[in-house]
Design a protein around this ligand. Sequence first.
Ligand SMILES: CC(C)(COP(=O)(O)OP(=O)(O)OC[C@H]1O[C@@H](n2cnc3c(N)ncnc32)[C@H](O)[C@@H]1OP(=O)(O)O)[C@@H](O)C(=O)NCCC(=O)NCCS
Length: 299
Amino acid sequence: MRGATDSSGLTFRQDYFGDDAAWAALVSLLKDTFGIDIDPLRQLGGADPTSMPFGWFDDTGTLAANLSAFAMPIVINGRTINAAGFQSGAVRPPWRGRGLYRDVTAKALEWCDQQRFEAVVLYTDKPDLYTPYGFVSLPMHLHAGDAPTPISATTPSRRLDPWIAEDLALLQETLNARVPVSDRLAVCRSSAMFLINTQFDADIRLSWLPEQQAVIAWKIGDDDCFVLSDVVASIIPPLPAILGGLGMSPRKVEVLFAPDRLGWQGQPRLLETTTRFMIRADAPVDLDQPAMLSPMADF
Ligand SMILES: CC(C)(COP(=O)(O)OP(=O)(O)OC[C@H]1O[C@@H](n2cnc3c(N)ncnc32)[C@H](O)[C@@H]1OP(=O)(O)O)[C@@H](O)C(=O)NCCC(=O)NCCS
């Protein structure tokens, strides 16, 4: 039997992103809990418009406990699933152990059921928090192997900087028209997450390939390995064209999503991380083939 919730001195609020002070309270909660700053999202097109935050505030406006849901349609095993994502789950230390997280989780799940989402997905390093609600972990695999021979391009690529208005507009336009980068596992859109994730990894580079009308998120990894994090385009270009467009001719490649649309295979390798990708759905979900969600879709 689960314990009761002690919410004394707190007020519950839902759907509060329109309130600047409440948004600032969430930014502060996530900074203090995870050391991340999501405030730049305001300049990068704003939070996901489908976001539905559930939070307990004290009478000074401090956010004590929060969990946010948002629409995150994904492709799994070739099928588009109308999924919701859970993010920003945290409780400030003085208010822990009172059942507040259990409370916001129950409220968020109930909202997802009312909205008729087919599944709920999340990332966590505490899977035990979610297994009681029927969430299961899916293994994530990157793909690594020898690089293909690049196909050289006539028009050079150019770097994109989301802090330049013209580049941000091009990024947003391309994100809005994107197709999933893989049929095995990929987000359908998730523009806000892509844009904020450009701020969380200092090594990530964004390049525009004019011939393919594609945004490439990439970096150089250990031993000069070319690491491909995401491809945003309405037609996914093959890997040789991506390398040629970027003017790269690496020896090794790692692809951080399933490469089924890249015309290149590589070998799957289990991602060794404490973070789990979990899913809750009416029918059991398993990946038919090794895959992972692009880190640019992290949420
Ligand atoms: C994890 C966290 C959200 C729990 O918040 P909380 O308000 O203390 O949790 P609750 O009191 O509502 O407890 C809910 C349930 O989770 C369990 N739980 C609490 N902390 C847990 C942990 N670290 N790991 C596994 N289970 C945990 C509780 O035992 C309780 O179980 P019950 O429902 O069977 O009684 C909070 O400690 C926190 O913010 N931690 C840092 C950020 C974090 O890890 N967020 C979750 C990331 S996805």
